[in-house]
Design a protein around this ligand. Structure first.
Ligand code: GLY
Length: 356
């Protein structure tokens, strides 16, 4: 156990562990505090790396950060694989956006037209082109688009790999909870505690509930489709993330609630939309239904960098729907800030002082 680390990190989710790993490889002594590593939002997350399909109206700065982080993913994944010898479900098959009815297609097209207007790589496909790529899609589809640069990773395996990488680099994992930052004897403290950041720092981070299902293909075969599918089906929005193991993650509700109860209505709506889009999913086993809490902020963007009036305390939280895709850029920006003392200009729109 370290007597006095250079950096104490609160939270052993992907963001906290990636910062720890990066800092340790730059020669810093690092301790990460978490009573249950990897048990927060990342345990529920589907792992879409989707800067294009998740570029929403009114979030231009955030879209820039998502794009910057997605561009770092190939090197980040290669470095993590080299450091650990682990595989963590990083796949680059691309994402199909699909609309079931005419209204669904109109809604999807409105968003992808906006994304195209930003210069993002997404192109319309006819129903026959969609089904050429994924014959498992229903023939009832009215149309859609492909975002070839939107990829995926398995967040649970990612956390396992990051933990191995961090420990191999000399990071100490401290299993106790942190209730006050003053408990931590380190010159730099990073709060990467997801929703828990609010109680520790007073930052405007609120829980946003997401209910998610996990299905499994019969006989543990790989699912009958390889792309991530983001669908609109009779007014429901759903995403389907296939994994080589046979798992398909079906998500997700977005609810302004702080409980983690799974409701029958949400399961019904998610399953109905999923089976409407990919009929073979009706034959899959339903193996898990969970709910997690995304750390949301008033502008849906993360809070990164120094906390005003709290010398030595840095925030790396508020990643809301984007914690997995934003892990590499968050780790790089926070680590560089700690090592050099110089904030990267990419941080400027995301610092906590925008809320003062
Ligand atoms: N990024 C997907 C979600 O938060 O549901």
């Amino acid at each position: 156990m370290l007597t006095r680390p250079d950096v104490a990190i609160v939270g052993a989710g992907p963001v906290g562990l990636a910062i720890a790993w990066r800092c340790a490889t730059r020669g810093l002594r690092v301790a990460v505090h978490d009573p249950a590593p990897g048990s927060g939002a990342s345990r529920v997350a589907a792992g879409m790396l989707a800067p294009v399909a998740e570029a929403y109206f009114g979030e231009r700065e955030l879209t820039g950060l998502l794009t910057a982080s997605a561009a770092r993913w190939p090197d980040f994944a290669a470095a993590l694989a080299a450091a650990t010898g682990r595989e963590f479900g990083y796949r680059t098959d691309g994402t199909l956006v699909v609309g079931l009815t005419g209204d669904d297609l109109a809604e999807a097209r409105r968003l992808w037209s906006y994304q195209q207007g930003l210069g993002l790589p997404i192109s319309a496909l006819r129903p026959s082109q969609l089904r050429d790529r994924e014959p498992a899609l229903t023939p009832r589809l009215r149309g859609g688009a492909v975002a070839p640069g939107d990829h995926q990773v398995d967040p649970r395996r990612l956390v396992d790999a990051l933990r191995v990488a961090a420990e191999r680099a000399g990071v100490t994992l401290v299993p106790g909870p942190v209730t006050r930052l003053a408990e931590l004897a380190a010159p730099v403290v990073v709060v990467a505690a997801g929703c828990g950041a609010a109680a520790l720092t007073g930052l405007p981070v609120r829980p946003v509930k997401g209910q998610v299902l996990r299905l499994r293909a019969p006989d543990h075969r790989p699912p009958g489709f390889r792309h991530v599918i983001r669908g609109y089906a009779d007014g429901e929005s759903v995403y389907l993330v296939p994994r080589d193991s046979g798992e398909v993650v079906v998500g997700a509700t977005v609810e302004e609630r702080a409980d983690t109860e799974v409701t029958a209505g949400a399961v019904l709506r998610l399953l109905r939309a999923a089976v409407d889009l990919v009929p073979e999913l009706a034959e899959y086993a339903l193996v898990e239904a969970t709910a997690g809490l995304r750390p949301g902020t008033p502008d849906n963007a993360p809070i990164l960098g120094p906390l005003p009036g709290r010398p030595g305390v840095l925030a790396a939280t508020g990643h809301h729907r984007h914690g997995i895709v934003l892990t590499p850029v968050t780790a790089d920006l926070i680590t560089d800030l700690i090592v050099t003392g110089e904030p990267d200009p990419l941080l400027t729109p995301f610092t906590a002082d925008r809320f003062h």
